[in-house]
Ligand binder design. Structure first.
Ligand code: PAF
Length: 284
């Protein structure tokens, strides 16, 4: 097992990263908010495959939460997180304090533009500005050659790629497929907040998406897919926030399935907000 180095300030992280870069080593960063699970483990494994050194950042970023109760109750499991990082072979964790990240007078924010306005952006005011800003700060501290993100947060991944391109950030963004429980529920740190009943019901998201995609016919209206998924969620005591069929690059809604598309879902089960997504292949 690796001895896990703990970096706690941007300047510590920069110094360590500079030394590794000067030695000619490659660095990969897995940005997280902790409460690590098998989904994060897959990201860490991918990072270690792709680089000499893997850094996991753990920072529950206050600026990306639109509700204070969500921030306050976000699961925090640092001891378990450290054990998992060690067992996977992570070399360093970056755990800055909130004041190290946002010192008094901090007043800069990255607006990730139109990609951030719809879907999650529409329902969680300021969320993606918070994400784009913190991720850019994490990149500046750790200076990774590669950064690994989950495809579960499909819009987040698209926005980070877009920010990296627009700001010429010298980092390659790698997406890793969603890891799911046996019944299909996407791994998420928020799943621990689900009651037993809500946890069982929440599997309806993936079931509904699979059914809708498997029944597709060429030229079908996107609204039929949307209605099917929404019905499955509500039948299982969930509340739909949005179900959308979108262009996978622009994230603009599609009316007909005449090209590859992405299905995006946000729904509430037992007071917990969950998101998921699935690729819709081109129907011929
Ligand atoms: O996906 C997350 O856990 C967070 O949004 C991220 C990318 C670590 C930024 O805080």
């Amino acid at each position: 097992m690796n001895q896990l180095l703990q970096l706690t300030s941007p300047s510590d992280a920069q110094q360590w990263a500079n030394e590794r870069r000067c030695e000619g080593s490659s660095l990969a960063l897995v940005p997280t908010m902790g409460a690590l699970h098998r989904g994060h483990e897959a990201l860490m494994n991918r990072a270690t495959e792709l680089s000499d050194f893997t850094v996991v950042s753990i920072f529950v970023n206050p600026t990306q939460f639109d509700r204070s109760d969500d921030f306050d109750t976000y699961p925090r499991t640092l001891e378990d997180d450290l054990r998992l990082c060690e067992s996977v072979g992570v070399h360093a964790i970056y755990i800055p304090t909130a004041t190290a990240m946002y010192p008094t007078g901090f007043d800069t924010s990255i607006d990730p533009g139109s990609l951030a306005r719809r879907w999650e952006g529409e329902h969680r005011a300021g969320h993606f500005a918070g994400v784009a800003t913190v991720v850019t700060k994490l990149f500046t501290a750790v200076q990774p050659h590669i950064a690994v993100f989950g495809e579960k947060d499909f819009q987040q991944l698209a926005i980070i790629k877009h920010v990296v391109r627009d700001l010429d950030l010298p980092v390659e963004i790698v997406g890793v497929p969603t890891i799911r429980d046996d019944d299909g529920l996407a791994m998420s740190s928020r799943n621990v907040r689900l009651t037993r009943e809500a946890r069982l019901s929440a599997a309806a998201i993936k079931r509904g998406m699979d059914e809708a995609i498997n029944q597709l016919a060429p030229g079908q209206a996107a609204s039929e897919v949307i209605q099917h998924v929404a019905r499955r969620i509500t039948e299982n005591d969930g509340t739909v926030e949005y179900v959308a069929v979108v262009d996978p690059v622009t994230l603009e809604p599609l009316l007909t399935l005449d090209r590859e598309a992405q299905l995006l879902v946000a729904a509430w089960f037992g007071g917990v907000r969950l998101i998921d997504n699935a690729a819709i292949p081109l129907q011929r």
